[in-house]
Ligand binder design. Structure first.
Ligand code: HEM
Length: 189
């Protein structure tokens, strides 16, 4: 009986530490921003007998939202930078389908994993082209949240950085419109 060919396995270092750090910092930011954002949009009517000036929970919620807004934004900027200096799996080219082979792979993954209408196996290390493109779309959502968030924040802060986004509110036609769009990511009921 013919000797079965043994598969050869070897290790590849795919996700570098900066990419993993970015991922988990981003995860924590989105959880905190979503919870605090929800509370800002739907403030709880907490009744308490203690002196009003002692109750600063909403101020704390807003502070957390803004502080994690900064972390969220600069963590994202760092990931863009790492898309140029990181290894080939971290590279920005994995996210934007510019080549025909990437589009071919996107349709292959759609057929194989999503629609399950083809059987030809796909070998990819790191993100396959469809996953990469999907992350690119989430990056655009992150950018939208950051730009609308800092646009709202520009009216509440004197520091120079949020002022770089002072053009957002007039562009959208007012604070209320920006707030609605910024809240949109929360898929308000
Ligand atoms: C995943 C990212 C984020 C989510 C899901 C999110 C969500 C929200 C939501 C749901 C609100 C309430 C809007 C309303 O109905 O009034 C809000 C308000 C706000 N967000 Fe965000 N946000 C995010 C990122 C950011 C960032 C990066 C900043 C930048 C500083 C920011 C700044 C603000 C500001 C200034 C407000 C208005 C606060 C107020 O009026 O008290 N957000 N956010």
């Amino acid at each position: 009986m013919a000797q079965k060919e043994l598969a050869e396995y070897y290790q590849i270092y795919v996700w570098q530490l900066p990419v993993r750090l970015y991922h988990w910092v981003n995860f924590i930011c989105i959880v905190v921003l979503s919870v605090t954002g929800y509370l800002i949009g739907n403030p709880l009517a907490i009744h308490s007998t203690s002196e009003a000036s002692f109750q600063y929970w909403f101020g704390t919620v807003r502070f957390l939202h803004f502080a994690f807004g900064f972390i969220f934004f600069f963590n994202f900027v760092f990931r863009i930078y790492w898309g140029f200096v990181g290894n080939r799996y971290a590279n920005w080219r994995n996210f934007i389908p510019l080549t025909s082979s990437q589009w071919k792979e996107i349709f292959h993954v759609l057929c194989l994993d999503v629609l399950m209408v083809c059987k030809k196996p796909l070998r990819s290390i790191g993100h396959n082209a469809l996953a990469g493109f999907t992350y690119f779309l989430t990056f655009l959502a992150f950018l939208f949240q950051a730009v609308t968030g800092f646009g709202l924040y520009a009216a509440m802060s004197k520091s120079w950085f949020p002022q770089l986004f002072a053009w957002v509110v007039p562009l959208f036609g007012g604070d209320f419109a920006v707030r609605q769009w910024h809240h949109l990511m929360m898929l308000k009921k």
